[in-house]
Design a protein around this ligand. Structure first.
Ligand code: RM4
Ligand code: MN
Ligand code: MN
Length: 426
């Protein structure tokens, strides 16, 4: 299924006038405060977030998986789904492939399909957390950190293969997330595991060409429950520093212990020029992979406030690879992703409203109350008319969820693909 511009215009038409009224009101009041509304709209339009190829079907837990039906059963269909998201939101102009779940069969056909839908190939993701069919070695006790040289070599080679695949598609980054760790005290020697991982990453780094990045993701626990080799941003940063200037830390919002100050982490990484990528999701307890902004929207805003500061003040930090990394257990995956994309844009727009000059003065005066007022004034602004305007100008939907429902997308997909088609992934 492909959504054509006319369909979107039709669904927009009945809400155009009320959108314009809301937009004019907001735009006037922001302009009076000295905000350059057009520049915010332009930034929102430029902010594109990659959709991971594994998030387009129903997610599952170890207790069960409940399909939303009509799932994409191959890479072509996954890219078509990203095309639907992008047509409606105009902010999902990239896809991030997970290898080996989504190895292209016909590269030029896949590239053609993606470019017709205005979709780029973002970071490619390797997978050494599962055993692959016919693989000689098992990752049961680790991959890049394994005590077995043969296992490490196989895992290194897999990452190099993933880089090759990415090269053929035009990707510019490899994301490594390692499940390696231990479940019981004494199971692993921490130093050996870390050293092995460092050496393996260095070997992979040899295959990273000059216009590529190696993104190193961290996570405190799961699937290992006693220790994880790359457990936090400190471990990731140490490894990135060891590898070299094309290696960076990747922050996934769900990969922190409760109450971690994530905004401070992204801020310091940007200062050091070492924040390379970002995975969006939300959580209450751990790596819950819930819809972005569904649980802690204020925390997301504070994180964006630091990201915006870094994007404006830290030229030493590269452009970031943005991706949604969520799992959809009880919502239609496409609706869930639309909600996440909206929440990301909302937090970004609010962060762009923070008056950095006033904030700096208030900080210098130690006016703590004023600092809070400035942040919360931005946070409390209903920026949704700005988001709608940004989409409208690019041919997207005023309300992507409403348009998705009125176009009856899910039922069309079920008709096309059949009820029981299943997506690869977790
Ligand atoms: C991990 C991590 C990775 C993702 C896998 C599927 O928890 O977030 O980024 O590739 O899940
Ligand atoms: Mn992630
Ligand atoms: Mn995760």
């Amino acid at each position: 299924m492909k959504i054509v511009p006319n369909q979107i215009q039709d669904t927009n038409s009945k809400d155009l006038q009320s959108h314009q009224e809301h937009f004019d009101f907001l735009s006037n009041s922001l302009s009076k405060k000295g905000v350059n509304v057009n520049s915010i709209i332009k930034k929102l339009q430029d902010f594109q977030v990659a959709i991971p190829s594994w998030a387009l079907g129903a997610g599952g837990t170890r207790f069960g998986r409940f399909s939303f039906f009509g799932e994409p059963s191959n890479l072509e269909q996954k890219i078509e789904d990203v095309g639907i998201l992008h047509a409606l939101t105009k902010t999902a102009g990239a896809v991030s492939l997970h290898i080996p779940w989504d190895i292209p069969q016909d590269y030029s056909a896949i590239k053609e399909l993606a470019s017709a839908l205005d979709i780029k190939f973002d970071a490619v993701n390797s997978n050494t957390f599962q055993d692959q069919k016919n693989a000689k070695e098992s990752y049961k006790y680790g991959s890049l950190s394994s005590t077995s040289e043969a296992v490490r070599q196989q895992a290194i080679q897999h990452n190099l293969d993933v880089i090759n695949i990415g090269n053929k598609l035009g990707s510019k980054a490899l994301t490594v997330w390692l499940a390696d760790g231990s479940c019981f005290p004494g199971q692993n020697n921490f130093q050996t595991a870390f050293q092995n991982t460092q050496d393996s990453l260095k070997a992979i780094y040899q295959g990273v060409s000059d216009d590529w990045k190696l993104l190193i993701e961290y996570k405190p626990y799961e699937p290992n429950f006693y220790s994880t080799v790359i457990q936090d941003w400190g471990a990731s940063l140490m490894l990135a520093n060891e590898c070299g200037e094309k290696a960076f830390t990747l922050v996934d919002l769900g990969h922190h212990l409760p109450n971690s100050n994530i905004e401070q982490i992204v801020s310091i990484l940007q200062l050091k020029g070492k924040l390379g990528g970002f995975h969006f999701n939300d959580s209450k307890y751990g790596d819950d992979d819930l819809t972005v902004g569904s649980i802690k929207p204020y925390a997301l805003f504070l994180i964006f406030n630091e990201l915006v500061y870094g994007m404006e003040n830290n030229p030493q930090n590269p452009d970031l690879a943005w991706m949604i990394d969520a799992s959809h257990n009880v919502k239609d995956p496409l609706e869930d992703l639309i909600q996440s994309l909206e929440a990301i844009q909302e937090a970004y727009a609010k962060a762009l409203l923070v008056n950095q000059d006033l904030l700096k003065t208030a900080q210098l005066n130690n006016d703590v109350v004023k600092c809070q007022e400035i942040l919360q004034d931005a946070y409390r602004t209903d920026v949704r008319p700005l988001l709608s305007k940004a989409r409208l100008e690019r041919g997207g939907a005023l309300s992507p969820i409403q348009a998705y429902r009125s176009l009856d997308v899910r039922n069309s997909l079920i008709k096309e693909r059949g009820k029981n088609s299943v997506a690869t992934g977790l």
